[in-house]
Design a protein around this ligand. Structure first.
Ligand code: BG6
Length: 480
């Protein structure tokens, strides 16, 4: 296929993406309540993380300290500024603002912390992109209400969203309602995304789709509310997209792949961009005996709360078809399907596919015709610190370079792409496995899986590379 000479638009947003629970630490400081992630132990590629309803004295909870951004944010933001970031994606920890989720009044110390962070970003001209809820539901909402299967959470979420919209309306313009809202279509999303501890007797799929519906309504109401609070707000949806190819040209494999793409990937965007459930979803619910409670008021809310832009995380692709016996077996269930023999696989079983990103950007823009943003993309890898303290992470540079090239191609295809935030600009705790060893950053953090380490920050080789990429607005991707 011919390469084009497209360039990124001059106002393209370049930066990195993070989540409060994976970097802040300070899990119980200054009035913060416990989040679902505070009850999630560490794990690794072979050992899954464990949910502990009661905190265990001998268990290790990696995000309790994480990389202590809470006390290092000035240093970290200065490093982001040095790379030339124009945007920084971060989340607000809901239990830092409403410690139990259902409190009548917010926690002032929590609100003040984010004021300080936004002021620091402003000092360097960095635009915050704020995820309202990123895998950090207040744990009390799990204990008391059973998580998002309960409609009451819609009101608690709106109280929280309204509080932060009003507080930060002069400081934040770009918002995302829920991180990877479609994680609720997958088993792992029940706890991290939905705050639900489900047993097989609960009919988990029914519960997850009901929780997803409740989040759709909460998101739509937040979009509506946000637009009344500030006409300048741009509020987007955020999904995890797993591009899927049919394993063979057997039409049955193609249909299996299409249904996977519809339910796992497209459904959430269809509801949040178009404001209604698509026909294929109704068919899927009927076929799977999923009966959702959806009121007329909900349907109206979905119509009235369509998002301004569409954002997504993209890490890998997969193949789908009838050959179940070849399926991946991983410690997390983000990676599902059948291995693709044309792609390389990371140690964590994720298959790297830069061209899939171009395909996806075209697929989404053809469908929605609204601005798109890639808000997570990156390579989790083990880094080695050399004796002089440097980290030569050419593998990370290669991964990002190839994806940026494909984004540029997509811009040449006519896609309206607003920006790109890599996951993650600084090493932080892995959401899937709870490890530090699965590193993504341009900035190395001296912190180990057992919790030891000085927390010292240092620049990797990729730090200097990304700085050059940003300075050239994506024109210079060379690694020398
Ligand atoms: C996305 C999440 O799914 O992937 C992030 O939004 C997460 O929270 C990222 O960290 C990478 O996944 P992992 O499991 O390698 O941390």
């Amino acid at each position: 296929m011919a390469q084009n000479t497209a360039f990124f638009p001059s106002n393209f947003l370049w930066g990195g993406a993070t989540a409060a629970n994976q970097l802040e630490g300070a899990w119980n400081l200054d009035g913060k309540g416990e989040s679902v992630d505070d009850h999630y132990t560490g794990g690794n590629v072979d050992t899954p993380r464990r949910i502990t309803p009661i905190l265990e004295k001998d268990a290790f909870y990696p995000n309790h300290e994480a990389i202590d951004f809470y006390h290092h944010y000035k240093e970290d933001i200065a490093l982001f500024a040095e790379m030339g970031f124009s945007v920084f994606r971060m989340s607000i920890a809901w239990p830092r603002i409403f410690p139990n989720g259902d409190d009548a009044e917010p926690n002032e110390a929590g609100l003040q912390f984010y004021d300080d962070v936004f002021d620091e970003l402003k000092k360097y001209g960095i635009e915050p992109l704020v995820t309202i809820s990123h895998y950090e539901n207040p744990y009390a909402l799990t204990e008391k209400y059973g998580g998002w299967k309960n409609r009451k959470l819609i009101d608690f979420y709106i109280r929280y969203a309204g509080t932060i919209f009003n507080r930060y309306k002069e400081k934040v313009k770009y918002w995302l309602t829920f991180n990877e809202i479609n994680c609720l279509t997958m088993p792992f999303g029940a706890y991290l995304g939905g705050g639900m501890i489900l047993t097989p007797e609960d009919n988990p799929e029914q519960m997850r789709f009901q929780a997803l519906h409740n989040q759709f309504v909460a998101s739509a109401k937040a979009v509506q509310l946000g637009h009344t609070i500030s006409p300048h707000f741009k509020i987007g949806c955020m999904l995890n997209y797993m591009v899927a190819y049919a394993k063979t040209c057997n039409p049955t494999d193609e249909l299996i792949t299409q249904r996977f793409d519809q339910i796992r990937n497209l459904l959430a965007g269809d509801v949040q961009v178009r404001g209604r459930y698509p026909g294929y979803a109704k068919r899927y619910f009927a076929d799977h005996n999923i009966k959702l409670t959806i009121s007329e008021a909900d349907e109206q809310a979905l119509k009235d709360g369509c998002v301004d832009f569409y954002s997504f995380s993209y890490y890998m692709s997969s193949c789908m078809g009838q050959q179940e016996k070849d399926s991946f077996k991983n410690s997390d269930d983000l990676m599902i399907g059948i291995p693709n023999p044309y792609l390389k696989t990371s140690e964590w079983g994720w298959q790297t596919d830069p061209q899939g990103l171009r395909w996806l950007l075209n697929h989404l823009y053809d469908r929605y015709q609204i601005p798109l943003m890639v808000v997570e993309n990156g390579l989790g890898a083990r880094d080695k610190v050399d004796s002089d303290g440097s980290v030569q992470d050419d593998y990370r540079i290669d991964y990002l370079k190839q994806h940026i090239e494909q984004m540029r191609e997509a811009v040449g295809d006519g896609v309206d792409l607003m920006g790109y935030t890599t996951w993650a600009p600084i090493d932080l705790v892995s959401a899937g496995t709870g490890e530090m060893a699965k590193r993504y950053g341009f900035i190395y953090v001296d912190k180990n899986d057992d919790g030891t380490g000085s927390l010292k920050r240092s620049r990797k080789e990729s730090f200097y590379w990304y700085k050059k990429v940003i300075a050239s607005n994506g024109a210079d991707l060379s690694n020398n």
